[in-house]
Write a protein that binds this ligand. Structure first.
Ligand code: DX5
Ligand code: ZN
Length: 226
């Protein structure tokens, strides 16, 4: 189980301190949203910020590219210190080449899917990826309401993973709070990306601990495993 605070909800006046706070919280990954003002109607961070934060923490940097032309950004983010790069399946014919390019750069490979997109679209890529990122809000902004209709998508992805003997992680992103994290864990998710709920707390460490405990107890098979 991976808990991944999302930097989008951090205090932008003190990002270095926020990155250190995330590292000290014992969260596993730092999720970093990159928005281009075209694929989504908002802007966020660039590779220079990732490069600045990289020496401040040993956390795994999970970079989420909500961008129409990720091909121009893969090398800059890889060089800046990303550990995993997620691109969107909505990019269609470019997806396979992008996934291979991320792999060739020596990074973990993530594929993201938006709420309106059918889960069937990711099926041809599942053997190529380390993480399937299921968006549980429409991307672009933090603090939105979790879309419950996404739970069957998580269940379907988990079923394919089982049936095909694959081991990609299923991450969920958007509106993840202590309750919706549990719902997603029951559906088969194993990476919980959360901005507002985690960074919004005075003690990020306590919030991370609480979310980890809840999702561990909720994950399929937890009762049997004891
Ligand atoms: C939304 C981003 C999310 C965002 C989630 O476009 O991809 O990573 O930070 O924020 P919360 O947890 O506040 O919904
Ligand atoms: Zn994200």
């Amino acid at each position: 189980m991976i808990i991944a605070p999302s930097l989008l909800a951090a205090d932008y006046g003190r990002l270095a301190r926020e990155a250190k706070r995330a590292g000290a919280s014992r969260a596993d990954w730092l999720h970093i949203d990159i928005m281009d003002g075209h694929f989504v109607p908002n802007l966020s961070f660039g590779p220079a910020l990732v490069r600045t934060l990289r020496p401040l923490t040993r956390m795994f940097f999970d970079v989420h590219l909500m961008c129409s032309k990720p091909e121009i950004l893969l090398e800059p983010f890889a060089g800046a210190g990303a550990d995993q790069i997620n691109i969107h399946v909505e990019l269609g014919e470019h997806v396979t080449a992008l996934l291979w390019k991320i792999r060739a750069l020596g990074k973990k490979v993530g594929l993201a899917i938006n709420p309106p997109t059918s889960i069937g679209l990711v099926q041809p890529y599942l053997h190529l990826i380390d993480t399937l990122l299921v968006m549980t809000v429409n991307p672009g902004f933090g603090g939105q309401e979790f879309i419950h209709e996404m739970l069957p998508k998580i269940q379907q992805a988990a079923a394919w993973r089982r049936e095909r003997g694959l081991s990609f992680r299923i991450s969920v992103d958007g509106g993840i709070n202590f309750q919706t994290a549990v719902d997603c864990a029951r559906a088969g998710a194993d990476v919980f990306i959360s901005g507002t709920t985690l960074f919004g707390r005075r003690s990020l460490a306590a919030a991370v601990r609480k979310m980890r405990k809840l999702v561990q107890a909720a994950r399929p098979g937890a009762e049997r495993a004891g």
